[in-house]
Write a new protein. Structure first.
Length: 280
């Protein structure tokens, strides 16, 4: 006996909702725990907070060693914004000649560029640290920002190459007839038409930079220069003999706001950028 389509739809959506609730439970538990005192966090796994307090948000926002969480947010936003500019500019500028120009060893260089995607990032940490320490860049933001302006992210380059290849070459020819140089074609033609993939690169860069814990941990040592991810770790490793889990949960919830905002408002661009670049 065939199951009616309406019943199939009800069963499907019920299963999806239950699965979504199961996946969302840890985040919801963290939200509820951010309003509890430390002594009551592990009393039960209930989602009912009992006695609600805002002290965790107030005390957590004050930060450590004179550096409030507002400073950590400012540092993370600064790094993320500069990283976005560097990534979009350098990766798009690198992708353009691979997609539109012929030059010696093009295929070899393209293959070498793709090979860098396969190299584990952790393998490069020691030589990178030695190099940046020689430059005197340790405990500054330079190791986190300068590489972004040299097209170090091969994934974004490949993403943009695939998108630019989908654009008609007749547009370049028409621009050349009008007297445009290669650089003018890139700046006035390719970049405006590549907005979907550029926005996708911006979003991914922001998310990865905002969530990055390893690189700031390696290169930054002063609390006043800490990012949000390092600031959260202070609630566990503050050196005061105890861990402030409730404040950790409270600040973790606040740190999710920029990511959720970006995802909600730019989700459409993520889908469009991936779909039109051929990555799907």
């Amino acid at each position: 006996m065939a199951v009616p389509l309406r019943l199939q739809s009800v069963i499907f959506h019920t299963v999806v909702v239950l699965f979504a609730c199961f996946m969302f439970y840890p985040v919801l538990w963290m939200l509820v725990s951010s309003f509890k005192a430390d002594m009551h966090i592990l009393d039960s796994m209930s989602l009912w907070p009992g006695k609600v307090t805002l002290d965790n948000y107030i005390n957590g926002w004050s930060g450590f060693s004179g550096a409030s969480f507002a400073i950590f947010f400012r540092n993370s936003l600064l790094i993320a914004m500069v990283a976005i500019i560097g990534n979009v500019f350098s990766c798009s500028l690198t992708a353009y000649p691979f997609a539109r120009m012929d030059f010696p060893l093009k295929k070899l260089l393209f293959g070498m560029m793709l090979m860098t995607i396969m190299i584990p990032e952790h393998v490069l940490l020691i030589p990178q640290y030695i190099m940046f320490n020689t430059f005197g860049w340790v405990n500054t933001y330079l190791p986190l920002l300068v590489p972004r302006f040299f097209a170090v992210n091969s994934f974004f380059i490949y993403l943009m190459i695939q998108f630019v290849r989908s654009l008609p070459k007749e547009l370049d020819q028409a621009a050349t007839v009008d007297g445009c140089s290669r650089l003018q074609i890139y700046w006035k033609l390719i970049l405006p038409l590549s907005m979907p993939v550029l926005v996708t690169a911006m979003i991914f860069t922001f998310i990865s930079t905002w969530n990055d814990f390893l690189h700031p941990l390696i290169y930054i040592s002063e609390v006043k220069h800490f990012t949000v991810s390092l600031g959260l770790s202070l609630f566990i490793t503050s050196g005061e003999g105890k861990s402030e889990y409730s404040q950790l949960f409270a600040m973790s919830m606040l740190s999710l706001i920029p990511l959720l905002t970006v995802f909600v408002f730019f989700q459409r661009y993520i889908v469009d950028g991936i779909a039109t670049s051929g990555i799907k």
